[in-house]
Design a protein around this ligand. Structure first.
Ligand code: SF4
Length: 201
């Protein structure tokens, strides 16, 4: 994290401006369906902890996102425990770290009904294009940037594709990456932290 607190009220704004594609996908689905499966909740939940959403605000956030699709009783019994667990307040009291790109790319591979994972690696080419076009107005289908992204995906350089999205959505040139040395994306929380820093600069 970068030391700043994010409240439940702020998540939507931060998501739209700063989330990396994997988390934007999860957040948009949660918003649409009022539901996420276990590994998707874990991926998004630990990421949100990493951006500075405290436990009490996480409880408010998830309760609100499930909305009327879930009773308070069910939420308190089945979901609150898992949220607290992710913050090390239950069970073995582990300090679970937000997942890196490497972990997201290689561990707990999503099935066809799942929404967790990395869009560059786990979406079909068609679905990836649809997702990118509907999420990022800066991209269009026949642009050189889109070609760069799809070429990187074809050669399995998913983090390069993700870095290209960062550049395009932050008005940066190809190769500028996340920072002065052309750093590529290796962690979703680096993506979001860097994006938020750039807004403050
Ligand atoms: Fe998320 Fe990493 Fe994939 Fe980017 S490369 S979408 S940050 S998992």
């Amino acid at each position: 994290g970068n030391g700043t607190t994010v409240t439940a009220d702020m998540v939507d704004d931060v998501a739209r401006k700063h989330f990396p594609p994997c988390m934007r996908n999860l957040y948009d689905r949660l918003k649409r369906d009022h539901h996420l499966k276990h590994f998707a909740r874990l991926q998004l939940g630990l990421f949100l902890k990493g951006i500075g959403l405290p436990l009490d605000e996480a409880v408010v956030f998830w309760r609100r996102m499930y909305g009327a699709t879930m009773s308070d009783d069910k939420f308190n019994k089945e979901y609150k425990y898992n949220i607290r667990h992710g913050y090390g307040q239950e069970g073995k009291r582990m300090n679970y770290a937000p997942k890196s790109c490497q972990a997201i790319l290689t561990i707990n591979q999503p099935g066809t009904q799942d929404s967790h994972g990395c869009p560059f690696r786990h979406f079909s080419p068609d679905n990836l294009v649809i997702f990118l076009l509907s999420t990022y107005p800066q991209l269009d289908r026949s642009s050189p940037e889109m070609r760069d992204i799809l070429d990187s995906v074809k050669t399995s350089h998913y983090h390069v594709a993700c870095t290209r999205v960062f550049e395009v959505t932050h008005g940066l040139k190809k190769g500028q990456g996340l920072g002065p040395d052309g750093e590529t994306v290796t962690h979703p929380n680096k993506f979001v932290d860097r994006s938020r820093e750039m807004e403050r600069d």
